[in-house]
Design a protein around this ligand. Structure first.
Ligand code: BG6
Ligand code: MG
Length: 227
């Protein structure tokens, strides 16, 4: 692992790291899976984390053995329907959806002059950040519509470092999705996984929830990793 002192930037995932929105994504996909007659499961919900909109729909259809059941046009309609449902769940969302400890963590990073960027696959991330009142922290963002590949490809996290003007090894990436941790690792950044360590076992550092996500805990974990 690189040294804590060499870290200059933090590249954040959004859904499930900054805010509780992955629950809303899941709810909206679950609703659509029911409509499509695809059985919902915890595994499917886990596998959808971090995956872009159309890739998520394709994964749901594949899981139900229905990958060839719909035309591209029909699939576009279903993906749009999921998004409409997702947006209606977001309607009354405010700063109370920020996950515990995140506001303090962002403040601390700012006070210590770290640069921050956003590496979310979600096209709704500008809206979500506005509603949470956190847009000011993320002037630097990767626009997911400009990417060729989704997570676990390293592209999004590599760009997250690039928009900060830093090398990947000078950045820490933070993720709640297995594919997200894989993307951070493949980009050559230090990965922090938030969630079940069994699922996120590839992360350099693991915290079971965001209350543990502090600069002091990251420093301590990286120092242990050095020996
Ligand atoms: C990721 C979420 O951040 O964004 C996924 O983890 C979601 O659940 C993906 O499908 C795409 O989001 P959107 O808002 O563009 O449909
Ligand atoms: Mg996420």
């Amino acid at each position: 692992m690189v040294k804590f002192e060499d870290i200059k930037g933090f590249v954040f995932d959004l859904d499930g790291v900054i805010a509780d929105t992955s629950v809303y994504h899941s709810k909206a996909w679950h609703q659509l899976a029911d409509e499509l007659g695809v059985a919902w499961s915890d595994d499917l919900a886990e596998n959808l984390k971090g995956v872009g909109r159309m890739d998520s729909l394709n994964l749901i259809l594949k899981t139900g053995g229905k990958e060839n059941a719909y035309t591209e046009e029909e699939k576009e309609k279903y993906a749009a329907k999921k998004n409409t449902n997702y947006l209606s769940l977001l309607k009354n969302m405010n700063a109370s959806a920020i996950l515990p400890g995140i506001s303090d963590f962002l403040k601390t990073l700012e006070e210590h002059d770290y640069r921050l960027s956003l590496a979310s696959a979600s096209k709704n991330s500008p809206l979500v950040l506005e509603q949470l009142g956190l847009a000011k922290y993320f002037e630097k963002r990767v626009d997911p519509t400009t990417l060729k590949h989704g997570k676990p490809d390293p592209e999004i996290f590599a760009r997250g470092a690039e928009v900060l003007g830093y090398k990947p090894e000078e950045c820490i990436g933070i993720e709640d999705a297995k594919v997200g941790v894989e993307s951070i690792n493949a980009a050559g950044e230090t990965s922090v996984g938030i969630g079940d360590p069994k699922i996120l076992h590839e992360a350099d550092i693991n915290f079971t929830d965001t209350t543990q996500l502090t600069l002091a805990n990251i420093k301590a974990a990286m120092e242990v990793g050095e020996h």
